[in-house]
Ligand binder design. Structure first.
Ligand code: SAM
Length: 353
């Protein structure tokens, strides 16, 4: 039974067992390990116009349209999450610029008093005037994915024809619109693009962006991930130090990346070491997928759909309780690197990166 005394199977037959009721802290999203959840990663679409080798299958099956939340549903759930202490929002996907109501969504969330609003995109179709308008709405920062600086490689990694110049043009336009720091994400895979590590650092300086190198995680649709493909953050840093002098930044304890500035010039580099150095202890993040599935931990398949309640006339209080019950279940940390690690069933494009 759920907290509403409605058997959950009536609402949604593919629900896992319901979360236990969290007794206290009515206005907070707490987990059973004492962490407060403040950061919502919202995937507004699972659709994407590229098929990165480390992420999406070429013949991916999308969520049926009827199951995708509407703009009003997103806004309602975002407001509810804010009432529970969420103060950071990252809008992601899939590719969020494919979502037809992105502009309206940004305009609305810009008025909700969030401390930080960010967007993650592949930069394949950002217009300069969009960047300026989004900034006016209250968007603070944008992260752009760019895994290679070599045009001939771009097509192979993204399995698409998005041009490198377009993405770099987007990065520059976002920076010039003040959506800073612009973060540029590169998933580094041994034997694929790890010979570009120094070039990535040079790019950070030249374009005055935060270039973040991400350890390849076992979230690829092709299930080809193996530990030997991972280039550790430590190795990446050592390679960069052969050319650049860098100093460690004083990162917040909830930061997903370890960041460094150059001793001379602008730009920064950062490393997301999810595989070799888990940073779960201070994790304050949750994810909501485009169909209203709440997922407390990226690497755990435990998740609960709020859509049935949402579409069956639940009150705000009932939805709030569902959030609290679900997040209470957040696992202490992922088991990557351990023998009992089970790779997640879903890809990052589905969960929301
Ligand atoms: N379409 C947007 C984009 O390209 O940035 C947002 C969605 S994408 C799934 C979000 C982030 O997930 C990207 O920065 C991407 O690099 C990262 N990502 C996807 N699969 C990954 C994997 N297997 N390992 C590490 N990072 C991954």
């Amino acid at each position: 039974m759920c907290h509403l005394n409605i058997p959950l199977h009536i609402l949604n037959t593919d629900q896992p067992s319901p979360a236990p009721t969290q007794a206290e802290h009515a206005n907070k999203l707490l987990d059973s390990h004492g962490r407060q959840i403040r950061d919502l990663r919202l995937s507004i679409t699972d659709r994407c116009n590229v098929r990165c080798v480390y992420c999406m299958a070429p013949d991916v099956k999308y969520i049926p349209k009827m199951q995708l939340l509407t703009l009003d549903e997103y806004i309602r759930l975002i407001k509810i999450s804010i009432s529970l202490g969420i103060n950071k929002l990252r809008i992601t996907g899939g590719e969020p610029t494919l979502y037809p109501h992105l502009d309206a969504l940004l305009e609305k969330v810009g008025k909700l008093g969030l401390k930080d609003i960010a967007l993650t995109t592949n930069g394949s179709q950002i217009k300069k005037q969009w960047a300026t308008r989004w900034k006016e709405y209250g968007l603070n920062r944008v992260t752009v994915s760019l895994d290679t600086l070599r045009p001939e490689r771009k097509d192979a990694i993204t399995r698409s024809k998005t041009s490198l110049e377009t993405v770099i043009g987007s990065i520059d336009a976002l920076r010039d619109a003040g959506l800073t720091p612009v973060k540029v994400n590169a998933v580094v895979m041994r034997g694929v693009n790890d010979d570009e590590v120094i070039d990535f650092a040079d790019f950070a300086k030249e374009h005055e962006v935060d270039m973040r190198m991400i350890e390849f995680m076992p979230l690829d649709a092709g299930k080809r991930w193996e530990k030997r493909h991972v280039v550790s953050a430590n190795e990446l840093l050592e390679r960069i130090k052969t050319k650049h002098e860098v100093v460690r930044e004083n990162d917040s304890k909830t930061s997903t990346s370890m960041n460094y500035r150059f001793t001379s010039g602008a730009g920064r580099i950062g490393f997301i070491a999810s595989v070799t150095e888990s940073f779960c202890g201070a994790c304050d993040r949750m994810r909501m997928m485009a169909d209203g599935t709440l997922r407390p931990c990226l690497f755990s398949d435990e998740e609960w759909s709020i859509r049935p309640l949402l579409r069956n006339g639940a009150s705000d209080d009932e939805l709030r309780q569902f959030f609290r019950d679900s997040l209470w279940q957040k696992s202490a940390g992922h088991a990557m690197g351990r023998d009992d690690f089970k790779r997640p069933d879903k890809t990052m494009s589905r969960i929301g990166g």
